[in-house]
Every structure is written in structure tokens, then in C-alpha cells.
Design a protein around this ligand. Sequence first.
Ligand SMILES: NC(=O)C1=CN([C@@H]2O[C@H](COP(=O)(O)OP(=O)(O)OC[C@H]3O[C@@H](n4cnc5c(N)ncnc54)[C@H](O)[C@@H]3O)[C@@H](O)[C@H]2O)C=CC1
Ligand SMILES: O=C(O)[C@@H]1CCC=N1
Length: 268
Amino acid sequence: MKKTIGFIGGGNMGRAMMAGLLKSGQYQPTEVYVFDPSVKVRKHLEDTLGVQPTTTVEDLVDNAGIIVLAVKPQVLNQVLAKINGRVNEQQLVISIAAGVTLAQLAAGLTGRLKLIRVMPNTPALVGAGMAAIATNENVDEQEKQLAVTLFSSFGLAKVVPEHLIDAVVGVSGSGPAYVYLFIEALADSAVLEGMPRKDAYEFAAQTVLGSAKMVLETREHPGNLKDMVCSPAGTTITGVRVLETGGFRGLVMDTVHAVAEKNRQMAE
Ligand SMILES: NC(=O)C1=CN([C@@H]2O[C@H](COP(=O)(O)OP(=O)(O)OC[C@H]3O[C@@H](n4cnc5c(N)ncnc54)[C@H](O)[C@@H]3O)[C@@H](O)[C@H]2O)C=CC1
Ligand SMILES: O=C(O)[C@@H]1CCC=N1
């Protein structure tokens, strides 16, 4: 049976998920609740998405079959303390907080609760998210599937063993930020060559979108796809040499490793 859903925290990620969910048609605005201590945030979400704001976190917990914890890791314990004892064993509790493990969630909430840890990303807002899902022992196969269906409504969603969430944060959770840096750099370079800025963002973003689609749809090795762009003694291989000389791939790997390591440290 379909469950109503409530978001505790209506910031960047909460909003992206709510918008993605509504856009998919899987949920109607009357079935989506949100609690955020900021009246301005609640009002904005009500006005723009039509979702149902609650004035207390307790109201949200009493109304939602699925509770999504979309607050910063630093305030999560405070929220867990507030909802502890109120959440029942039929509800699904989904946390998207970076660096917070299922064991830490279980320690903050009493009972044999169904706990799910998800690492989504902001492209959920436009239906192109990537989410990883890990569950505790109280979540059955059907409920796991429900979580996959939920997060698939605004992108791709995969169940992973919990230890892989650190890698997921490094690649897809934080990944959009690195891609935006890359797009900005590509666009700045086009501007340097004389292209109007508005066009430059379009050329840069469409190139990233098209290249990603090629990887996903052809399932070709990215190295083969790169080779297809590089004509002998041509322009592309000249650019690839510059990137390799600058240690581009090593830098990306170091970046993802640093983020995964930060996520591990946050869980300590
Ligand atoms: N932004 C991103 O790309 C991603 C964020 N996450 C995780 O999502 C969570 C939220 O991150 P953002 O949305 O970026 O943060 P944000 O700062 O944009 O939003 C957090 C919201 O929580 C609200 N809030 C503060 N105290 C609260 C309380 N006691 N009860 C209810 N709401 C409260 C704030 O008013 C704010 O609107 C974090 O744990 C983060 O690790 C996960 C994946 C991607
Ligand atoms: O920066 C952060 O901590 C969050 C988690 C993944 C993306 N943003």
C-alpha cells in the first residue's frame, strides 16, 4: 500500500526530492508533508510545490508513512531526540545525512524500527538523480523495493552494502559540484575564446550531458568513447595531453578519495 511521505528539512536536498517526486506523478502535493523550523522555507515550499507544511515535527511524524530526515548531520541527533518514541515500527525512516550510519540512527531511535540510509544528489530536482540505498535488518524485501521505486521516480536508484555509501558520496552525492566546476571552467574557456557567456554555458553543459548519455546508453568503455573523439594528430589529443600533463585523472581520484574519507570521519 502507498504511504504518505514527510520530509523533515526542506533545504536544498529536501526540496530537490520533493520536486522530483511530484514531477514524476508518483505523489500528489496532498500526500507530501514537510517540516522545517524556518517559516519562510515552509511557506515557499507550500507556495511553489503545493506540499503540506506542518508546524511541528511531531505533526509530521504522526501524518507520514515514510519519514525522510533531510537535515544537516550536525542537527540530526537533535531531530532524532525529538521524534524518538513517536516513530512506530510500521513507518519507514529514511536518512540522507552524510556520514551518519544505520547503527548511529538505531542508537538514536528506540524500537525495532525500519531504517534506511540513502545518499541521493541534487539532480533529483530535474528527474536525473543518482541514489544509493542501504537498509537495516528490519526492512523487508518489499519495503526495500518501495525505497528503490521512490528514489527511481526522480533518477536512478540502487541498493548497495552500507560500506559503499562512502564511495557513493565521493562519486554521485558530492559529484555534481565537481561537474559544475568543470562546466564553469569549460564555459570560461569558451568566453576567453570570444563566445558570449550565455552560449558558453549551453555548449559546455550540453557536452557534459551528451557525453554522459553516450556512456549510459552505449555501455561502451569511456576510454573507447574518448578514442572515437581523438583524430590522429588532431585537436582533441592535443587537449588530452594537456589534461594528462596536469594530472587530471589523478586529481579527480584524489578528490573522490578525500570526500569518501571525510564521510568516514564524520561517522566516527
Ligand atoms: N545538498 C546535497 O547535494 C546533498 C545533501 N545530502 C544531505 O542532505 C542533508 C541536507 O542537506 P541540504 O539540503 O544540502 O542542507 P540545507 O541546509 O539546504 O537544508 C537543511 C534544512 O534543514 C532545516 N532544519 C534545520 N534544523 C532543523 C530541524 N531541527 N528540524 C527540521 N529541519 C531543520 C533548515 O532550515 C534547512 O532548510 C544533509 O544531511 C546532507 O548531508 C545528501 C546528498 C546530497
Ligand atoms: O556536502 C555535503 O556534505 C553533502 C553530502 C553530499 C553532498 N552534499
